[in-house]
Structures are given as structure tokens and as C-alpha cells.
Design a protein around this ligand. Structure first.
Ligand SMILES: Cc1cc2nc3c(=O)[nH]c(=O)nc-3n(C[C@H](O)[C@H](O)[C@H](O)COP(=O)(O)OP(=O)(O)OC[C@H]3O[C@@H](n4cnc5c(N)ncnc54)[C@H](O)[C@@H]3O)c2cc1C
Length: 509
């Protein structure tokens, strides 16, 4: 259909697009399309019976990029969604090495690359050689300092450096906000459960049939039907590549708890016996969840462990149990269908990357059309690129499980022993231990997937993955320490330009 340029308007975009699914992914796609493709008619259909998954409350800076793209400011959406700011993620109790029990993975700030990261890498290298220098990431990043001091990521106007940040939000409220905004931009909303998908002779989707007997035709379809993957997998039979061999977690239990008086500016990911627990601060509650593998612990035990972890063992607060399917489709854009969201794949939420992947997918798809690459022959390059993003994130998450230092249960020992690691990850781990310049070599060997060398270094140094040699006590490393102290003072002074998180939220209410 689109191959022969039928179904395109005078702008060379599809005349009509139907989105199946009204979760975060579907409404993000609807907003972007309605905002940028004014000549395209966009209709979203969602099922009240099925509902949304209703989890996913942390983001990367991509959510900011999304809101910037559709022209919505923090103060317009954050109060409506009980949203808070996020400087990054604390990984707690993943390592048992003294001094490395916890580390912070910050988002990127301009001050990192200019001032602080070079010393971080220098000291990592010295530590690899056996010098007893400070190579813990928490000493080197502005947003780590902000988080430790409950400062929000928006500097005063006079501070000349950019700081990337993410958010925490109530996913149901975010969905409602996005739905309202998209309808304001002209998106038509329909309710109904799709129970049949019609194909034309070329195998393209021609229409969807709803359970009330009505039918919706379109030139292009977006599958945002969640784990249901109604169009891309069930109808178009695109292959699914499971990541279960690489990442064993397949379930989660979720429950809220009372919010702290001082609102954190970070997600906390605490290692438990058979997985990890997130703690996400919203304005009115903490969102919590335990991500685990049911091969190692059953749902009931997982709930008890989460309740114990949260001090809610005696509480009657309700828990929700979820199953997760971890992997991705081989083609995200196939025929006249694009999969966005859980329908295209999911990697467990340790780094909260799902929304980022949805945004990248839809934004890049739109760019293809805008650059005249909207026909089928460009699909392969597009799919390869999105697959690379998924696989890069998968590798980074796998690395958490390979290199953390816990070995107290079979779960952690099996994860550490898991040999299902990609060639790219094996190379990164090799470089970490053997390279003279980890950052330069990652560039040189084209290993720049979804994460920068500094993020890999945060994780590996943060878990204390250094050679187990006696640190050289005879070498005078006082100059190293002097440099680190100077850097810490620089970061502290930068921090004077930032406001307390709670004050920042009041400002944008
Ligand atoms: C435990 C867990 C934690 C997570 N944490 C994070 C996180 O911190 N950060 C992050 O970015 N992401 C996270 N995610 C992922 C996040 O939940 C999703 O990316 C996000 O909610 C988008 O989901 P979706 O829109 O693809 O699917 P859904 O929200 O499930 O929406 C699917 C939509 O399709 C509709 N639908 C399905 N079938 C039909 C049909 N036959 N007819 C009509 N409509 C249909 C449904 O009614 C619904 O409207 C997490 C996921 C899990 C499981």
C-alpha cells in the first residue's frame, strides 16, 4: 500500500492512522503524530474491558524530550500527574564489597564531560593498577550530589551548564493527561475491543473490527496494544525474540507506601533475595515493586518479602501481581504497521527505559517519512536501528546481573554464572579489565550502544569491579586525593545553583 505511495497525503504522510491501545505508548504516539503531522487524521481506539497495565512510573530524560517536542511544559503536566523530578537511580545492596554497597547512576550533566569524568576515568585506571585511589562514582557527578542533598535538577538561570533529568509520575494520571492533550490536538478517541483484524491481498492491514460490530479503516496502523501485541505479533506474525535466557526476571509485585517528609529526587533500586525492589517517590505516595523470577521465588513469598522490606507486613495495603514478557519483536515496522510500547518488546524496568524506547521508535518512524524514507524499502534499516537500541539496553541490564557482587542466594549465583551474554557485552567487560583507556576504546570498537562509557563505568566501578590485588599502600597517592577533594568542592559549589526538590515542585505547581 504505502510502497506504491497510495494512502499518502500531499505531505507524503499516511492520510489516516489508527492507533490500537490507549496506554502511555499509544497516547504518546497520538500526541506526536497530531502535533507534527497536521494533515494526517489520527484515531485511537482503546478497550475499557482490557484497560492499561498501569505500572511504569519512572522515566529517563527522553520523557522531557517528548514533552518539549509537543510543547508541554513541566508546570503544565507535572502537578496533574503527581510527578516529581529524578536525578538518577541509587543501586543499593547490589554489592557486598566494603565501600561499594551503594552507588548512584546519574543522568548526564554538561559539567561531567568538561570537568569531572576525565578524573573519574583517570582514577579508575589508577585503581586498576592497584593504587588505592577514590574510584567510586559517587564522588564524581553533579547529579549524585544533587540527589544526596535533595536538590532538584533545574539550576538557577545564571548557571551556564545543562543538566538532563527524568521524572517520576502516576502512570494512570499521565495517560489521562496525554489523552486529553491529544484530543485537544484533534485526535479522535474511540472505545471498543478489537476482535478481528482484516488484511488486504498484499498482507497489509486494511481495517480493524470492534466488538460492537463497527469497523475502522486506515492507511497505517500503530500497535500499542501492550503485551497483547494484537497487530504486530498476533496478526502479522512477526517473530518475537525472547530475552528470557539473558534476563530471568518474569514477574513483579507492586504496592504503594506512605511518602517520606523529604521527597527524594531519585529512584531507589534495592537488591533483595531473588530480584530487586524499586521505590519511586510521587507527590502523594511511594510507588514500590519487587521484580523477581518465579523460577526462584513464588508470588506469595515475593509479596511477603516486599512487605517486610517496606515495613508493611501487618498492613492491609493491596498488592498487585504482574507477569512480564521480556524480549522484542524482530521487526517493529512491518507492512503498514508500527509497534510502539510493550507490543514491540520490554526489558525489565531496572533502568526505566520503556518510555524512552517508545519515544525513540515513534520519533524515528516519523523522521523516516519526513526524510522521504517512508516506503517499505527503508524498513530494514529502521528495524535494525531499533533492535540495536533494545539490545544495547538489554546488555546494560544483563551487566548489572553479571557484575554485582551478591552471592547469597542461588538466584544471584545463577545470574552471575549466566553465559548468555552478547559479544558486545563480553567485549565491554574485557575492555573494562584490560584497556588503557576504557572510554576511548569503547568508541574505537564501536560499542556505543544505548549507554555512554561513563554509565558503564558508574556501574562497574560502583559495584567495585576492580582486580582483587592488594592495593599499593607504599605509593604516595596524595595528589590523587587532592584532585578529588578539589573536584568535590567544585561540585558542591555548582550545587549552590540548585533549589530544594520540594521548593522546585512548589514553583511549578
Ligand atoms: C513491572 C513493570 C514496571 C515498569 N516500570 C517502568 C518504568 O519505571 N519506566 C518505564 O518507562 N516503563 C516501565 N514499564 C513499562 C510501562 O508499563 C510501559 O512502557 C507503559 O505503560 C506503556 O505500556 P503500553 O501503552 O505499551 O501498554 P498498556 O498500558 O498495557 O496499554 C495497552 C492498551 O491496549 C489496549 N488493548 C489491548 N488489547 C486490545 C484490543 N484487543 N482492543 C482494543 N484495545 C486493546 C488496552 O486496553 C490498553 O489501552 C514497566 C512495566 C512493568 C511490567
Amino acid at each position: 500500500m504505502l510502497n506504491s505511495m497510495n494512502g499518502l497525503n500531499k505531505d507524503n504522510k499516511p492520510k489516516k492512522i489508527v492507533i490500537v491501545g490507549g496506554g502511555t505508548a499509544g497516547w504518546m504516539a497520538a500526541n506526536l503524530l497530531a502535533c507534527k503531522w497536521k494533515e494526517t487524521e489520527v484515531c485511537l481506539v482503546e478497550s475499557k474491558e482490557i484497560g492499561i497495565i498501569g505500572v511504569g512510573e519512572g522515566s529517563t530524560p527522553h520523557l522531557k524530550l517528548f514533552f518539549d517536542t509537543i510543547g508541554v511544559t513541566d508546570s503544565q503536566w507535572m502537578p496533574r500527574c503527581n510527578a516529581t523530578y529524578k536525578n538518577g537511580i541509587t543501586f543499593d545492596k547490589w554489592s557486598t564489597i566494603k565501600g561499594f554497597e551503594s552507588y548512584f547512576h546519574p543522568f548526564a550533566a554538561q559539567t561531567d564531560d568538561i570537568f569531572t569524568v576525565p578524573l573519574f576515568f583517570k582514577n579508575i585506571h589508577a585503581r586498576m593498577q592497584g593504587y588505592n585511589v577514590d574510584a567510586h562514582p559517587d564522588s564524581y557527578f553533579l547529579e549524585t550530589y544533587l540527589s544526596q542533598n535533595n536538590l532538584g535538577p533545574l539550576p538557577n538561570e545564571t548557571f551556564p551548564f545543562g543538566v538532563a533529568y527524568g521524572y517520576h509520575f502516576d502512570s494512570a494520571l499521565l495517560g489521562q493527561f496525554l489523552a486529553e492533550n491529544a484530543q485537544g490536538l484533534g485526535v479522535k478517541r474511540a472505545y471498543g475491543t478489537v476482535d478481528e483484524v482484516l488484511l488486504d491481498n498484499d498482507g497489509n492491514i486494511s481495517a480493524i473490527k470492534l466488538n460492537d460490530g463497527s469497523q475502522l479503516e486506515a492507511d497505517f496502523f500503530i500497535d500499542s496494544s501492550g503485551f497483547n501485541a494484537l497487530l504486530i505479533q498476533k496478526t502479522l506474525k512477526v517473530n518475537y525474540q525472547s530475552f528470557q535466557e539473558n534476563l530471568v526476571n518474569n514477574a513483579a509485585v507492586v504496592m504503594p507506601s506512605e511518602i517520606a517528609k523529604t521527597l527524594p529526587v531519585e529512584t531507589k533500586a534495592t537488591a533483595l533475595t531473588n530480584g530487586w525492589a524499586w521505590q519511586i517517590p510521587l507527590r502523594d505516595r511511594f510507588g514500590n515493586g519487587y521484580v523477581y523470577s518465579d523460577d526462584y521465588i513464588d508470588a506469595e513469598q515475593a509479596e511477603i518479602e516486599l512487605r517486610t522490606h517496606l515495613g508493611l507486613l501487618e498492613s492491609d495495603v493491596e498488592a498487585r501481581h504482574l507477569k512480564m514478557k521480556v524480549g522484542r519483536v524482530e521487526k517493529h515496522w512491518h507492512k503498514n504497521c508500527l509497534a510502539v510500547g510493550l507490543s514491540q518488546g520490554f526489558i525489565e524496568p531496572l533502568e526505566a527505559t520503556a518510555i524512552a524506547l517508545s519515544f525513540n521508535t515513534i520519533a524515528q518512524f516519523m523522521r523516516c517519512f519526513e526524510e522521504g524514507k517512508g516506503s517499505n524499502k527503508f524498513q530494514e534499516a529502521f528495524n535494525n536501528d531499533i533492535n540495536k537500541r533494545f539490545d544495547g539496553i538489554r546488555d546494560y541490564i544483563v551487566c548489572h546481573y553479571k557484575t554485582n557482587q551478591r552471592n547469597d542466594t542461588k538466584y544471584w549465583r545463577d545470574n552471575a554464572a549466566n553465559q548468555n551474554t552478547s559479544e558486545a557485552l563480553n567485549r565491554i567487560l574485557y575492555l573494562w579489565k584490560n584497556s588503557q583507556d576504557f572510554s576511548a576504546d569503547m568508541h574505537k570498537y564501536n560499542l556505543m550502544g544505548s549507554y555512554q562509557p561513563k554509565s558503564w563505568a558508574c556501574m562497574l566501578a560502583g559495584y567495585g569491579v576492580f582486580p582483587s590485588i592488594n592495593l599499593d599502600q607504599t605509593v604516595d597517592y596524595s595528589t590523587h586525593q587532592h584532585e578529588v577533594d578539589g573536584l568535590r568542592d567544585f561540585i558542591r559549589r555548582c550545587g549552590l545553583n540548585f533549589n530544594k526538590h520540594q521548593d522546585l515542585l512548589k514553583m511549578n505547581s
